[in-house]
Design a binder for this molecule. Structure first.
Ligand SMILES: Nc1ncnc2c1ncn2[C@@H]1O[C@H](COP(=O)(O)OP(=O)(O)OP(=O)(O)O)[C@@H](O)[C@H]1O
Ligand SMILES: [Mg+2]
Length: 454
């Protein structure tokens, strides 16, 4: 190998700009444990060809091996900002952040990994970033490449088994960042924000506070986004319990974990506790006779009722695409007694959402109404996709011309042709429920949206 290295060095002295050759040299150096030398080669490439992806990825892997975590983080940030890295490639980034005690960021990136590589599982990261499973101490983390001495780096203080979850965030998002949804925002405000701000007023009118709101609707219409913005709006903490966590509870030490989630929310009040995809917990209890999931549900309902504990200052929101699968026990008074349909945005809403997503992009004066007109039934996420596609056109054009080309109405209209709405499938299912199992009028909003007479 050393011989190979010498030969490559010599070849490079004749053609120093040969990047593939230099990349190959750096790889050989890594194999030979010459980490400093490898880093120098990558740096050399980056000096000659700023932003070279392979060199950046190589460099970051060297930093990681050298335990230069903060340096690695800088490179990862840049790679991520340029969309050059995704899925499991992000796992070492998560580990670096953990080692630098950046929990919030670690959680954010880890969520990306789980989203982009749904089957991915890493017990050690889970052990650190998720709720502790009862009885299992959150332990330090071993890595084949990093067996030595990692304990003191992050087995230390902040990762002690103190029962805090690292899935807690403090969102910056505000209601004004959420386009449209006037009615929904208003309901959230009346039902959970105002009682928190004016508890005495509510008491004086004999209005019971507490309980939660269940948001339902087609995918991508902003349920999760809005829940986050609710926390940001009142400067509260935000705990997002997703499907993964719920399944963990289901399989593991569920009741205790669920209790810990609520306990943590109470301790951190004001806090928005958000159960995403709640149908996973709320599935009809009759289907689950004898299964351990029944215990989870009963525990959930007891925690929500707050019989043993006071839930003051804990705002409970949940979201689902399948409200018809949620056990009716969830909707009793004091529980999710408001069920709100989060529809695809109306014309005004679409204009707002488009505006939001165009905010920091170089754009001409755009005829938003024209774009809104051709995007009926588009979800917020669909509209974001339209803007993203249009941005890509422009980026290509700008690169070709060497100047910044602004987004135009035409680009957006063209992008809207390319990206169709993704809500139709949901509505074809929802329509049947709204027509045939709407005894309590629960799905009237769906009928209204579909303009079907009740
Ligand atoms: N009203 C809105 N204003 C601005 N952006 C929005 C809005 N609705 C959706 N979006 C964009 O779409 C993305 C997806 O929305 P979100 O994840 O909240 O949808 P969801 O209803 O929770 O979907 P799912 O049912 O698939 O979980 C958001 O991250 C946001 O970028
Ligand atoms: Mg969601």
């Amino acid at each position: 190998m050393n011989e190979g290295i010498e030969q490559l060095k010599e070849a490079l002295s004749f053609s120093p700009d040969n990047i593939p050759l230099r990349l190959h040299l750096a790889e050989l150096m890594i194999k030979g444990f010459m980490l400093d030398d490898a880093a120098a080669q990558y740096q050399e490439i980056l000096n000659r060809n700023y932003g070279n992806d392979k060199a950046r990825k190589g460099l970051v892997s060297v930093f990681y091996k050298q335990k230069k975590f903060s340096a690695a983080i800088l490179v990862y940030e840049a790679l991520l900002a340029d969309n050059k890295i995704a899925g499991e490639e992000l796992v070492p980034y998560v580990k670096c952040l953990i080692k630098e005690n950046s929990h919030n960021e670690a959680v954010e990136i880890y969520k990306k990994v789980l989203q982009q590589a749904p089957g991915f599982k890493d017990d050690e990261i889970d052990g650190i970033l998720r709720m502790p499973t009862a009885g299992s101490k959150r332990n330090s983390f071993d890595d084949d490449e990093l067996e030595d001495d990692i304990d003191d780096m992050f087995g230390g203080q902040e990762f002690e088994d103190d029962g805090t979850s690292y899935l807690m965030e403090k969102p910056d998002l505000k209601f004004e960042d959420v386009g449209g949804m006037k009615k929904v925002k208003n309901e959230i405000s009346l039902k959970i924000i105002q009682p928190l701000k004016n508890p005495d007023l509510y008491k004086a009118f004999g209005k019971k506070t507490g309980g939660g709101i269940l948001l339902y609707g087609p995918p991508g219409c902003g349920k999760t986004y809005l829940a986050k913005a609710t926390a940001g709006e009142i400067d509260a903490k935000f705990i997002n319990i997703g499907l993964h966590d719920i399944l963990d509870m289901w399989m593991g030490n569920s009741e205790k974990n669920l209790h810990e989630v609520f306990a943590q929310a109470r301790q951190n009040a004001p806090c928005v506790l958000f159960f995403d995809e709640v149908d996973a917990i709320g599935a009809s209890r009759s289907d689950l006779k004898g299964s351990s999931m029944r215990h989870v549900i009963n525990q959930f309902l007891a925690e929500m009722d707050g019989v043993e504990h006071n839930n003051d200052g804990v705002l409970i929101l949940a979201a689902t695409n399948a409200p018809w699968s949620v056990d009716s026990a969830f909707r009793r008074p004091g529980r999710f007694d408001r069920v709100i349909f989060v529809a695809p945005p109306d014309t005004e809403g679409r204009i707002e959402v488009l505006k939001q997503h165009l905010k920091e992009k170089p754009a001409d004066v755009i005829d938003l109404a024209a774009v809104a007109k051709v995007t009926e039934d588009y979800s917020g996420a669909d509209l974001k996709a339209v803007v993203d596609i249009a941005t890509e056109y422009k980026l290509e054009e700008s690169l070709a011309k060497g100047s910044i080309e602004k987004l135009t109405t035409k680009d957006l209209l063209k992008a809207a042709k390319q990206h169709k709405n993704t809500t139709a499938e949901w509505f074809s299912t929802a329509r049947n429920y709204a027509l045939y199992s709407n005894e309590t009028g629960l799905y009237n909003d769906i009928l209204d949206y579909l303009k079907i007479k009740k």
